[in-house]
Write a protein that binds this ligand. Sequence first.
Ligand code: NAD
Length: 516
Amino acid sequence: MARDLLDRLGLTNHHRVIAGYAGGPEPRDGIVGSVNPATGKTIAGVRLDTADSYEETIQRATAAFKRWRAVPAPKRGEVVRAIGDELRARKEDLGRLVSLEVGKILAEGIGEVQETVDIADFAVGLSRQLYGLTMPSERPQHAMREQWLPLGPIGVITAFNFPNAVWGWNAMLAAVCGDVTVWKPSLLAPLTAIATNEVARVVAASMGHQGIFELVIGTDEEIGERMIADKRVPLISATGSCRMGRHVSQQVAARLGRCLLELGGNNAVIVEPDADLDLALKGVVFGSVGTCGQRCTTTRRLIIHESIADAFYEKLAKAYETVKIGDPLAPGTLVGPLINERAAEGFERAIAAAKDQGGQVLAGGNRVSSGEVASELSGGTYVRPTVVRAPAGKPFPVAQEETFAPILYVFTYRTLDEAIELHNSVDQGLSSAIYTGSVRSAERFLDPSGSGSDCGLAYVNLGTSGAEIGGAFGGEKDTGGGRESGSDSWKAYMRRQTCTINFGETFALAQGIRFE
Ligand code: NAD
């Protein structure tokens, strides 16, 4: 089945791909194995870039940028529209490949590609709306305006868990802005990157535009470091852990480049006593177990009013028991595997630390043993989504960290102010939510003075996980401050120029300065 899929996506004949490769995920002799986390079996090998091929790619991208920026933005939009159409046509296959390579259930794999299609549509409209402002000059017979100009070849570093959509958010906007994308994907999902990039590359080339979508696949030491230090790449858009973002931002800052950082989250949901509790339960369960807890927006903390906590825990534990864990491509599965053994060890370490720190496991808490899944899945890394009650009145440091696994820590509160303080007490600031029946509480959570949620995304009566492409996506604090996707996020991919024109004959200085 995997072979047919690779054939349909043109991967078996691709010069980078070695079908039938039996090596593992550790790069060896210039090859990395892409492993299906549901089975532990290698899907195919992928040839890695070297310092020389990186150099060739950047030179190609730099030359292509000079041609692409000269194409009028609405014409660039036409290319993006054709890419969106091709992605639409291949949505099912690409979504299946996402599921195969990173283990998310098929509906989410396909949903991810839909997100790229959506952002392509958005970008097409945007290609006619890269508006600058005009402003009155203080000098007679002078005009002032701002214009937005293409920036250059953009470096896009992506995390394993959204191997298609994060590229889409960046590449579709960058393309209409007149930039060329050089994509460095995660080594855990190189096949999705090759197949996705090929769609864009081939469509653009068929319309006469070569080199707009480039791909470099390699280790962080050989390729990642080279790219972030490269002055020819004016913007690095990096999605991944806070640890990675801290390093990347320092390297890019050292050469005075620009960074757009989309880093880890530690997202919480507050549930008020007057909330619609069925709605809250659905949102919390999807948010905490969906994608096996491997979304940046996964719900990691539940902050619930003490008067409803016990009844809610009971319902939560029941819901967790019924969640079907297994093959992400099988109908009915809600939770697939973790990405690899290292992630499963991280899950176990966090649960051990939580118990040490006084936490009480209310649901899950362990791995799914190989005997509990079908034999072909015995090499996969399956864990049971877990709920841990935090100890009352004691520090609980494990909940300050993002463990990229389905663990939900639950806390209780008495007043909303206390809940918001607890909510904001972590280093990350990505996604946040409140379930409430009260306009006052909802507005308190969104208080425009800034005293409510300190996150980049704030939801009322819906969960933390997932976002629509129309709004700007990103987070504050250790999440990195970047914004991608909708609204005016496109500005990150352009440079702003303030233009002043003297159409008169007098020598006039600003601030009324006389120089005669
Ligand atoms: P990771 O930090 O291990 O890797 C992310 C990417 O950074 C990979 O492509 C990796 O190769 C690259 N990288 C690492 N070191 C580098 C270096 N020195 N130079 C250049 N590139 C380097 O993250 P991951 O495990 O792939 O993904 C999970 C993390 O990503 C979680 O923390 C999650 O919250 C975060 N994430 C954030 C968002 C968001 O939009 N905020 C979206 C998805 C994932």
